[in-house]
Design a protein around this ligand. Structure first.
Ligand SMILES: Nc1nc2c(ncn2[C@H]2C[C@H](O)[C@@H](COP(=O)(O)OP(=O)(O)OP(=O)(O)O)O2)c(=O)[nH]1
Length: 352
């Protein structure tokens, strides 16, 4: 018996009936020989951590543009905080921690530079559909490894695709919106728990809001500090979730749900749409629009091919239009790379 098979046996005896042991994965799109040491979900987690798009998250904005200060979250630290919360929940509920962690680490791989402004630009300018969860899937299926993709398991791909809720329900009812594993559903909730907490923290740090402005209900129900709030949310999810009709139904109590909704509303109105955050986003949208148009132009084809090669990304071909390729490229670059490209191609004299 291999060491992986021994591990899988242990997992089967340990994981709750609602979790997914690695041995029951539906597998990969392209079949592969099993590893003698690691389970499929452990391999997926490692493929994500070693991929180029994961490393680029360190220079992508979450909410506050990264050059502003040393301690603001980036997409990478947001991802790590989501993974931390999701793993804690998975452990407490005896779910598959490796699967949960792989989904959490991969969920934002498709995020654009400059936070939501990048996504807004691509939604406006690209003639197809753009959304970051679908882009995360493109990264792992197509764009990584120069077009070969990472060939991840179906459950990890599904969890990544279904993580996003925007302004929608925290815990969805419809099957269409729900991840097919409880582990995937946990990541969706851990994501909002992470960002409500860290965006509040960063917003206070930046001076965009002060503690006194936090709605009274949020302080009373969730707590007064970052660790208190995180603990309340995680504990509430773990204890309120329960089996129903043979499935584990994730749940948050009404009181905590209302407080989380109120906190999200508060952040949207007082932070994400504040002039300080919004004005920076207006500038970054202009940069991305101009880069998009520049790379689409026929006369810049050679430059574009070089840029794709530098990023180890596939070029356009019969099945992928030039526009699709430019959209993938703009979505992939980091904030600082976008600024550098802009300077290089629009203000070359300033570099001399
Ligand atoms: N500046 C700014 N930030 C936003 C806006 N909408 C959302 N955010 C920030 C708040 C959170 O840090 C993060 C959450 O993004 P979404 O609302 O798209 O949620 P989603 O469930 O897709 O989470 P994800 O971005 O994938 O972690 O993005 C916006 O309109 N402006």
């Amino acid at each position: 018996m291999t060491s992986r098979e021994e591990f899988e046996k242990r997992e089967e005896s340990f994981i709750s009936p609602y979790g997914l042991p690695s041995s029951q994965s539906r597998g990969r799109v392209r079949g592969e020989e099993a590893c003698p040491i690691r389970s499929d979900f452990q391999r997926d987690r490692e493929r994500i951590v070693y991929c180029n798009a994961f490393r680029r998250l360190k220079h992508k904005t979450q909410v506050f543009l990264s050059p502003l200060g040393e301690h603001y979250r980036t997409r990478l630290t947001h991802t790590l905080e989501v993974a931390q919360i999701a793993r804690a929940v998975a452990r407490a509920m005896r779910l598959n921690e490796d699967l949960t962690e792989a989904i959490a680490l991969g969920h934002d791989l498709g995020h654009t530079p400059f936070g939501h402004s990048g996504e807004t630009v691509l939604k406006e300018i690209y003639s197809g559909n753009f959304s970051h969860p679908i882009q995360s899937l493109r990264v792992i299926d197509i764009l990584e490894k120069n077009g070969a993709g990472l060939n991840l398991t179906l459950e990890v791909r599904d969890g990544i695709l279904k993580h996003s809720k925007g302004y929608g329900t925290i815990i969805p009812e419809s099957k269409r919106e729900k991840a097919c594993t409880v582990e995937g559903q946990v990541v969706r909730v851990a994501d909002i728990m992470a960002y409500l907490n860290h965006d509040l923290d960063d917003a206070i740090r930046s001076g965009v809001i002060c503690e006194k402005q936090i709605p009274e209900r949020c302080v009373r129900v969730l707590g007064n500090t970052h660790p208190d709030r995180a603990t309340t949310m995680v504990r509430d999810l773990v204890y309120a979730s329960h089996p129903e009709n043979g499935e584990l139904k994730l749940q948050i109590t009404d009181e905590v749900h209302r407080a989380m909704d109120e906190l999200r509303n508060f952040l949207y109105h007082n932070v994400y749409r504040s002039p300080q955050v919004h004005n920076e986003f207006v500038k970054s949208k202009k940069i991305l629009r101009e880069l998009y148009t520049f790379f689409l132009q026929e006369e810049n084809e050679t430059i574009f091919s070089h840029e794709l090669a530098a990023l180890e990304m596939p070029n356009h071909n019969k099945s992928r239009s030039k526009e699709r390729s430019v959209c993938d490229f703009i979505a992939s670059i980091t904030d600082r790379y976008a600024l550098e490209l802009y300077e290089r191609h629009f203000f070359p004299s300033s570099l001399v």
